[in-house]
Ligand binder design. Structure first.
Ligand code: ADP
Ligand code: MG
Length: 307
């Protein structure tokens, strides 16, 4: 087993990057029994908060976990040591927790959490490096090398590594995107988001890695079934992002808000309890993404293990 690395990226904020990251983590872990690592590169730490709750996030920080330490290791020119920075038991689903109790490690979610400290560490790094005259793109390449070294020993432990990124491309975010073998772009079905997604995906092809163009999976999120949105969807599929792989639309629903609001660090929910009516959307999203990986160079999880 060697993990596929997928980044969830769009320069536009609020398009559902973090929510899609979590839906895919839950769906791939639950339906495919995949061992998933979520890497949160956004100092806003939304996906960390969704998985760990505020209290869990603070505990993780106090225990010296978090991706900012990986950047500190880079600054200190140290060999990356990522194992201690990860929370291995971030899973929120009852079924998966029980499977773990029975020692059936089929499907698991871990997280390398983020924290607002990440942005400060990043700025410290940027100031230090830029004062020496290094270009941001070059710094991003060095950080990418550090990330690759860090993740290498984990690739045999996980089936998939999902990298959630911030709505801007700092060298750290850019490094995360460039080590990905494919990337997922959530977008809304409105004209501003269409324009933003088109600019962003073109920028990735031109500036980060051309090979990612054919390995781009698009998800229209918070979809409201109106004539306007259906027309925007058509524009995306037939004109602006033509030729890319589209997953199923994720409907706008209060259930998505509830699903990402974990009651407490010790609270677990069934997949249905967590997602309600959206359970089937999570399943369809995971199926489409697994199919995309099978076709586009990733290591797809072989078959569904639960229904
Ligand atoms: N399907 C959905 N239905 C309703 N609200 C959603 C849905 N997906 C995401 N949201 C909400 O939209 C906001 C932005 O989502 P988020 O995943 O944080 O986006 P990003 O990571 O791109 O900034 C959040 O408040 C989130 O709860
Ligand atoms: Mg986010």
């Amino acid at each position: 087993m060697t993990a596929t690395i997928a980044a969830i990226a769009n320069l536009k904020g609020g398009v559902g990057k973090s929510t899609t990251t979590l839906m895919l983590a839950d769906g791939l872990a639950y339906f495919y029994g995949a061992n998933v690592l979520v890497v949160d590169l956004d100092p806003q730490a939304s996906s960390s908060q969704m998985l760990l709750t505020d209290r869990g996030l603070q505990m993780a920080f106090d225990q010296g976990k978090g991706v900012h330490h990986l950047i500190e290791q880079f600054m200190a020119n140290e060999t990356p040591n990522i194992g201690n920075l990860i929370l291995p038991n971030a899973v929120t689903l009852e079924e998966l927790r029980k499977a773990e109790e029975r020692d059936e490690r089929m499907g698991w979610i871990s997280i390398l959490p983020s924290h607002s400290q990440l942005r400060l560490t990043e700025m410290e790094l940027e100031e230090k490096i830029y004062s020496k005259g290094m270009a941001p793109s070059r710094l991003a390449n060095y950080i990418a090398g550090h990330f690759e070294k860090a993740l290498e020993p984990l690739k045999s432990l996980y089936d998939i590594i999902l990298i959630d990124t911030p709505p801007y491309m700092s060298p750290v975010a850019r490094a995360g995107l460039s080590i990905a073998t494919n990337y997922i772009t959530p977008t809304l079905a409105d004209s501003v988001s269409i324009w933003g997604s088109k600019q962003f995906t073109e920028w990735v092809t031109a500036q980060v890695t051309p090979h990612l163009a054919s390995r781009n999976f698009i998800v229209i999120t918070r979809f409201r079934n109106t004539k306007y949105a259906r027309n925007a969807e058509k524009q995306l599929k037939e004109v602006h992002l033509k030729g890319r792989t589209f997953g199923p639309n994720i409907p706008e629903s209060v259930q998505a808000l509830n699903a990402m609001d974990r009651m407490d660090l010790d609270s677990y929910s069934t997949l249905r309890g967590k997602y309600g009516r959206l359970r089937n959307d999570v399943k369809k999203l995971s199926e489409a993404f697994a199919g995309f990986l099978a076709k586009r160079g990733g290591n797809a999880p072989p078959a569904m293990v639960r229904d």
